[in-house]
Design a protein. Structure first.
Length: 134
């Protein structure tokens, strides 16, 4: 019986199927980048998990993460319909100075994502939504 995502390696890309959280964290730490190439998904958890784990990100321009990624210089942004855009970002990410810059931005974004500032803004938004806050 064929797996839905067969294990394979081709051109530096690995398809591993299901892996547990510990193994996923280890793989992210060693990856050149997480590629989030979605044309439709608004706010993918894969991007957030990658920022929080310190893995550099190549990010579709059509996700909800775009503004935050640009604000913190936390990802290389690509057009999900342009294969040359992906190829260029992948080649750039192999350069140590680019990876370091993107990782530093990702660390700043991760700090913001776990900050009391964001928690406060989120709580205030929900209070306004519920009609109980300023």
């Amino acid at each position: 019986m064929q797996k839905l995502i067969p294990e394979a390696k081709s051109a530096g890309v690995s398809f591993a199927g299901y892996i547990n959280k510990e193994e996923l964290s280890r793989l992210r730490r060693g990856a050149v980048a997480t590629v989030v190439g979605s044309r439709f998904e608004a706010f993918t958890m894969v991007a957030g998990e990658s920022f929080l784990s310190g893995c550099p990100v190549i990010l579709s321009s059509r996700t909800g993460w775009r503004d935050l990624a640009e604000r913190y210089a936390a990802a290389l942004i690509v057009d999900p319909l342009d294969t040359d855009s992906f190829a260029s970002a992948m080649l750039q990410m192999e350069r140590p100075e680019v990876r370091e810059r993107i990782c530093t931005g990702g660390e700043r974004l991760a700090e913001y994502l776990t900050s009391s500032e964001l928690w406060g803004k989120t709580a205030a938004w929900y209070q306004r939504l519920a009609g109980r806050g300023a």
